[in-house]
Design a protein around this ligand. Structure first.
Ligand SMILES: Nc1ncnc2c1ncn2[C@@H]1O[C@H](COP(=O)(O)OP(=O)(O)OP(=O)(O)O)[C@@H](O)[C@H]1O
Length: 231
């Protein structure tokens, strides 16, 4: 449903993505791994229309998205949960959800409260009063109530305590089981191994590895070669 084919993206003269290709099929959770600065966030930004690739193609549900504005891509069902999370600090949790909610969508606010009991407990708290983990949950919950067709997640567990990481893994597993396709950028390999159907590894703007969950688990040399010292 999402096909990235040979994209080249730049910041000014800096050539960051050098022909990245990847695919997310219906119902899959796919991870994009790689060391700091490899171009993972830039890949997500390119898919979301925030960086315009100068060459290559990105199709979502068969339609070319390169050249479309980011709000149009979002409206077509591509939800991008950025590291900055983008929640409204002055609104309560519930107000943040109401602003994002698309009525009649697949996920109601009640549905996300069931999935994120902490958010229900905190529903009258201001966004600014939330912990980092709660903010991350709210960012994911906001994306869901907007009724997306695919989720792009940028390092959702970064900087969170292990107990909260476990909670995020539980939530991501639930999202995967619902059939929602996900492209997940993550530095925490243990998280990826628990969740992913397939993995890609990006190095200096190129995909250097693509494999199934089983291939990746069976080949620890891949990890040593491309991901060691990445934390
Ligand atoms: N706004 C920007 N302007 C110029 N260069 C940028 C910008 N954002 C990122 N870069 C550079 O592009 C390269 C890829 O960055 P990107 O953020 O995509 O990597 P990443 O794999 O997501 O790494 P990280 O885990 O550190 O976020 C890096 O060399 C980075 O310094």
């Amino acid at each position: 449903m999402l096909v990235v084919d040979g994209i080249h993206s730049y910041y000014g003269k800096s050539h960051v993505l050098e022909g990245v290709s990847l695919e997310v099929k219906a119902g899959e959770l796919v991870t994009l791994l790689g060391r700091n600065g490899a171009g993972k966030t830039t890949t997500l930004r390119s898919i979301a229309g925030m960086v315009r690739p100068r060459a290559g193609s990105i199709t979502f549900e068969g339609r070319e998205t390169v050249g479309r504005e980011s709000f149009q891509i979002a409206r077509s069902g591509v939800a991008f949960v950025q590291e900055s999370r983008g929640i409204f600090g002055l609104l309560t949790v519930e107000e943040n959800l109401r602003v994002a909610e698309r009525k009649g969508g697949r996920w109601s606010i009640e549905d996300v409260y069931q999935m994120f009991p902490r958010l229900r407990e905190r529903r009258r708290n201001g966004g600014r009063a939330l912990s980092g983990g709660e903010q991350q949950m709210l960012a994911i919950a906001r994306a869901l109530v907007n009724d997306p067709k695919i989720l792009l997640l940028d390092e959702p567990t970064e900087g969170l305590a292990p107990v909260i990481v476990d909670e995020i893994v539980r939530i991501l597993r639930g999202i995967r089981e619902s059939g929602m396709p996900v492209l997940l950028v993550e530095q925490n390999i243990a998280v990826c191994e628990k969740l992913a159907d397939r993995h890609y590894i990006l190095e200096q703007g190129r995909i250097v590895y693509a494999g199934s969950r089983d291939d990746f688990a069976a080949d620890p040399a891949v990890r040593d070669r491309y991901l060691a010292l990445s934390a």
